[in-house]
Design a protein around this ligand. Structure first.
Ligand code: IPE
Ligand code: MG
Length: 221
């Protein structure tokens, strides 16, 4: 999700208004995912690098995240959405961690779309923590014998399928340390649309573009 700050600036408003409006886009996309029967929808809400933003913006974002997940609980239940947060939870406040646990447990048995908020996440951090976990769990011989797919169970995304489609808004053409390992064969979709303007029609357009792709996974068809 990118372009909240620019969206606000274009309207002569503080960056935080862009983040408020961005929450509306998250809800619209989540409801569209439910409607379309998409099993997993993930959003990259806050990266490990985002901690380096001005303190007041970091605080506003954390408050907004906490308020939004509490505010959406009823909507999650109504839509049978399972809510999860993945990332470096050790860096989040006690209050936010407690809220995350509460909303995750409340929705844990929902059978519909799994909605994942990537919070204090970075792809390199994920790969590092996976390697350390694997090294601690395995003998040196077992560690040496590891196959690529054996790392999956140590990644923070263990048990979750790799993304089929990765969408980035606001015209930036980078992965910015998102799911590096897991997007090895994802289809990428880039759009100039700023995140607060990315709603159901824009999401549907991305899904249509994805449907037209020819996925060969390096093979010849
Ligand atoms: C994305 O919008 C939201 C977060 C990273 C939390 P930005 O805040 O990056 O908006 P721009 O890129 O400055 O427009
Ligand atoms: Mg940005």
């Amino acid at each position: 999700m990118d372009g909240n700050g620019r969206w606000a600036k274009l309207r002569g408003k503080e960056r935080v208004y862009g983040h408020f409006e961005g929450v509306e886009s998250v809800r619209a996309c989540m409801e569209t995912a439910v409607e379309m029967g998409i099993e997993y929808l993930s959003v990259y809400a806050f990266s490990e690098e985002n901690w380096n933003r001005p303190q007041d913006e970091v605080i506003s974002l954390m408050e907004l995240m906490m308020k939004s997940m509490v505010g959406e609980l009823e909507n999650f239940m109504d839509h049978q959405v399972r809510f999860m947060v993945l990332g470096n939870r050790a860096r989040l406040s006690e209050g936010l961690n407690a809220t995350i646990d509460r909303i995750s447990s409340a929705t844990a048995h929902n059978k519909g779309t799994t909605f994942i908020l990537f919070l204090s996440y970075s792809g390199k951090w994920d790969i590092m923590q996976a390697m350390k976990k694997a090294a601690a769990a395995l003998t040196p011989e077992q560690f040496q014998q590891m196959k690529q797919e054996d790392l999956d169970q140590y990644l923070i995304t263990a048990g979750i399928p790799d993304p089929d489609l990765m969408i980035r808004t606001s015209g930036e053409l980078r992965i910015s340390n998102y799911l590096l390992w897991q997007t090895a064969y994802s289809e990428f979709y880039f759009t100039e649309t700023l995140w607060p303007d990315f709603r159901k029609p824009q999401f549907m357009e991305a899904l249509e573009a994805y449907a037209a792709r020819d996925r060969r996974y390096g093979k010849v068809k």
